[in-house]
Write a protein that binds this ligand. Structure first.
Ligand code: GCO
Length: 450
């Protein structure tokens, strides 16, 4: 048996827009994801999060399921426009909802981790220009302040942002997520406001929850060169700069990576260089964190220079490897390498795996059981990577599988199922999958069967 450290937090993660539904209930205002998903052509089959898993109304049942699985921790996000419908005015009903959810979790001894921003901006703030407008950082601090004042006595673990790369570049440069813009300058300006807002909010979190632990959850997709040509090495380096270093370097006090600043400037992506950086910004961004969250699903393989404007074609396929239904290569050593990197190179004081998981559409057989063997294998291999990294000395304190429930996968609608619990969207019936039962056993023995 491969044992994990005592008190290792085995968890699962979700986000508000992907599960809550109740998009216009009890005073919630519209977010830019409501606008985006309700605009034809942006999501698969025009699907929206209007109902999703109806978790807003069924949270008690879902907490009971978490308890049955034995989760030690649950990571969820708040919907900004439920708490501050127009970005400015507090909606007490929204805060009350999260307070009830937190109480249910604590009753079952499940440690809550709250993510403040998992991609839903109040539409009023989007109308001001959204994340590319640095004023949005101040509104984000308000969200952090209001939410921690209401819940900080009960919730001690706070995450400012989920996956800044997605908020910034996937949403403003690639245009696949709300608000669907395709502009490098907007994307990199958005990245800057997000990082700034993180640093500013860290101060608020420390003041309002001084006995808590606070961090951020960037997304990580490591790139591996497949040969020693200049093109492949550059391809992997540029990918790494675009996706990992652009965010983690300033967070670690290293400012934006010089090779990438040059690359963006020379290629016209930042025609005036870093004109959005003001005096003092880097110090704010590098506010010390208590932990770094790693969100990781797959890796990139580079056999030549990549085209960042068409990055979907960048990765070289790996024939013979296992792929999930997102067409993501299963590569547990990628997670192992990332943990080592965050531990040894970036000196992360503490690490949580804030997301790891896979999409497979396995549903109930005739007997009602969901035999999702491939997900169990994925979980086991990735938990094993975490175990190996812990043996190297990395302080990994917990792991959150993405996701508790099948849910709304953003522009892909309901076509991808990431849950350890199956959701029948017609009836809202939940069924714990075989992977969920594997997880139950793993948690109970705090270890992996050899
Ligand atoms: C993420 C996302 C999730 C996605 C998951 C699968 O943080 O990337 O938090 O919202 O559903 O990653 O794509």
């Amino acid at each position: 048996m491969k044992k994990f450290p005592d008190n290792f937090l085995w968890g699962a993660a979700t986000s508000a827009y992907q599960i809550e539904g109740a998009w216009n209930v009890d005073g919630r205002g519209p977010s830019h994801w409501d606008t985006f998903s309700q605009t034809p052509g942006n999501t698969k089959n025009g699907e929206t999060g209007n109902v999703a898993c109806d978790h807003y109304h069924r949270y008690q049942e879902d907490v009971d399921i978490m308890s049955e699985i034995g989760l030690k921790a649950y990571r969820f996000s708040v919907s900004w426009s439920r708490i501050l419908p127009d970005g400015k005015t507090v909606n007490q009903a929204g805060l009350d909802y999260y307070s009830r959810l937190v109480d249910s979790l604590l009753e079952k001894n499940i440690v809550p981790f709250i993510t403040l921003y998992h991609w839903e901006l109040p539409q009023t703030l989007e109308d001001m220009g959204g994340w590319p407008n640095r004023d949005v950082a101040k509104y984000f601090v308000d969200l952090a302040d209001v939410t921690t004042r209401a819940l900080g006595d009960k919730v001690k673990n706070w995450i400012t942002h989920n996956e800044p790369w997605c908020t910034a570049l996937l949403s403003h440069q690639i245009g696949l997520h709300a608000p669907g813009k395709k502009d490098w300058y907007q994307g990199l300006s958005a990245a800057h406001t997000v990082l700034l807002s993180h640093g500013m909010a860290m101060d608020t979190l420390r003041t309002n929850v001084p006995d808590g632990e606070h961090g951020i959850a960037p997304n990580f997709e490591p790139a591996y060169p497949l040969n020693r040509t200049k093109e492949a090495l550059d391809g992997a380096r540029i990918w790494d700069g675009y996706y990992i270093r652009w965010f983690n370097d300033p967070l670690a006090g290293r400012e934006y990576p010089a090779d990438m600043v040059n690359y963006y400037t020379e290629t016209g992506r930042l025609p005036n260089g870093l004109d959005f950086v003001q005096d003092g910004d880097y110090d704010l961004i590098a506010a010390p964190v208590d932990f770094i969250g790693i969100n990781n699903y797959t890796r990139q393989r580079m056999d030549g220079m990549l085209d960042l404007d068409n990055f979907n074609t960048a990765a070289t396929p790996n024939p013979g490897a296992e792929y999930t239904e997102m067409n993501w290569e299963v590569y547990p050593d990628g997670l192992y390498d990332l943990i080592n990197r965050m531990h040894f190179d970036y000196q992360a004081p503490k690490i949580y795996i804030t997301e790891s998981g896979c999409s497979y559409s396995d549903g109930p057989d005739a007997d009602g059981r969901v035999r999702d063997e491939r997900r169990t294998k994925y979980y086991a291999a990735h938990a094993d990577a975490v175990h190996r990294a812990i043996q190297n000395g990395a302080n990994v304190a917990g792991m959150f599988m993405w996701s508790l429930l099948d849910n709304f996968e953003w522009s892909l609608g309901y076509s991808q199922r990431f849950g350890m619990v199956y959701v029948d969207y017609e009836t809202q019936k939940r069924t714990i999958k075989d992977s969920g039962y594997w997880y139950q056993k793993t948690i109970a023995q705090n270890g992996l069967a050899e």
